[in-house]
Write a protein that binds this ligand. Structure first.
Ligand code: PLP
Length: 402
């Protein structure tokens, strides 16, 4: 039968399984994963893979964590998977209290994904800006290299024309600025801009750590111009950089932070952490989502948060992460096949000469799972529980496939 498929990017072309009944929005790797344990996954043929993907930054605690299982089973035993946000339930309230106690925020809105968290944050920013500054302050600005999701407003804030163009028109009122202070000083307007959204450590756009000094100057600019600063920590938050929140490295205090991926340990959940001055402008009916913050996902997230906020785990991510970065630089340099290494904690990108997808595929044969971030960047997101020894094993495999 003739294929109607639009050609995939080169990096995704081979190794894709034809899946007749799953809509073809993903090119999947050929192996079928059936089991996970610690930092390893096993396929249907019993082959094991060291996981440097964490399910795209989700599985911070790896696979088969007994405490996670106990939290989920205990939640199921109450019989309450979901009751809706029309009623009070304790797990969500306790989770919100914990997030507030550990952050700048005074309250939390729970969503089901990262894109949904960012869309909600755009709405809250507009509600705040309108209430405090007037009806013309509605524009959202994002940065070159950003990725904020695949819904219409987050797509408009995502710097990937190839994701946007086939679905135009995307949401109006959202623009992308170059990633330097001069350009941002021109793009952010006191009278029309409601919010600036950025990832303190850009993920999908190529693993790029934004400089702390740059972030502090941007924060000063947004305060001066009455613009809400939304930090998208969907991928880089919750321990991935070695701090509970990535923005702690720069010391800036944002107006909102969005979270998702690792929050509920693989169950779908996102969150918007909201500073008090923004929260005060939000009224019942301003925003809603049926599933957000239900007792099952919130119970799971309460457990995950207790683990990823553990100072010992964070310290090991910082120390091992630094070691990982140094070793990656050495390997990249020695291989002659890489141009640069960037990252922090357990989130690293290696710019490679050949298409990164080809290296990822060689990794499958060697027994390691890795990601790409753009066509020529290899992205490494190991579970936060990975030990130095296991990281070292991964490095050997990476050296081999490079
Ligand atoms: N923001 C960032 C920084 C992300 O990395 C992602 C997903 O990769 C999203 C938002 C979108 O999250 P989701 O896929 O849960 O909608």
């Amino acid at each position: 039968m003739a294929s109607l498929a639009i050609p995939l990017p080169v990096e995704q072309q081979s190794g894709a399984l034809p899946l007749p009944s799953i809509l073809g929005t993903y090119a999947r790797a050929p192996m079928e994963l059936v089991r996970g344990e610690g930092v390893e996954l096993e396929d249907a043929h019993g082959r094991r893979y060291l996981d440097f993907t964490s399910g795209i930054g989700v599985n911070a605690l790896g696979y088969g964590d007994p405490g996670f299982r106990a939290a989920v089973v205990a939640a199921l035993d109450t019989g309450l998977v979901h009751v809706s946000n029309l009623f009070r339930t304790r797990p969500g309230e306790e989770l919100a209290d914990l997030l507030v106690a550990n952050s700048f925020a005074s309250s939390v809105f729970f969503s089901n994904s990262g894109a949904e968290a960012n869309e909600g944050a755009f709405k809250f920013a507009r509600r705040w800006a309108r209430t405090v500054h007037g009806p013309d302050k509605t524009e959202i600005v994002a940065l070159r290299g950003s990725f904020h999701g695949r819904l219409f407003a987050t797509l408009a804030a995502t710097d990937r024309p190839q994701y946007r163009t086939p679905f135009k028109p995307v949401a109006p009122g959202v623009s992308i600025s170059e990633r330097d202070l001069e350009s941002l000083a021109r793009a952010l307007h006191s009278d029309t801009t409601a919010a600036l959204i950025l990832e303190p450590l850009q993920g999908e756009g190529g693993v790029r750590v934004l400089d702390s000094g740059f972030l502090r100057e941007l924060r000063a600019l947004t305060i001066e111009r009455g613009i809400a600063l939304i930090l998208d920590e969907v991928q880089c938050g919750l321990g991935r950089t070695g701090r509970l929140f990535a923005h702690e490295h720069s010391g800036i205090i944002p107006d909102m932070v969005t979270l998702a991926k690792p929050l509920a340990g693989g169950l779908p959940m996102g969150a918007i952490l909201v500073a008090e001055h923004v929260a005060q402008t939000i009224k019942p009916g301003d925003h809603a989502t049926t599933f957000g913050g239900g007792p099952l996902v919130a119970s799971a997230a309460r457990y995950v948060l207790s683990r990823v906020s553990d100072p010992a785990l964070l310290a090991s991510v910082r120390a091992n992460g630094e070691w990982l970065g140094t070793r990656l630089c050495e390997i990249a340099h020695a291989s002659g096949r890489a141009r640069g290494v960037r990252g922090q904690g357990y989130m690293w990108g290696v710019d490679v000469v050949e298409p990164a997808g080809a290296i990822v595929r060689r990794g499958w044969d060697a027994g390691i799972l890795m990601l790409t971030a753009g066509e020529h960047t290899l992205r490494l997101l190991p579970p936060l529980i990975m030990t130095r020894e296991q990281l070292g094993k991964g490095l050997e495999l990476i050296e081999q496939v490079l």
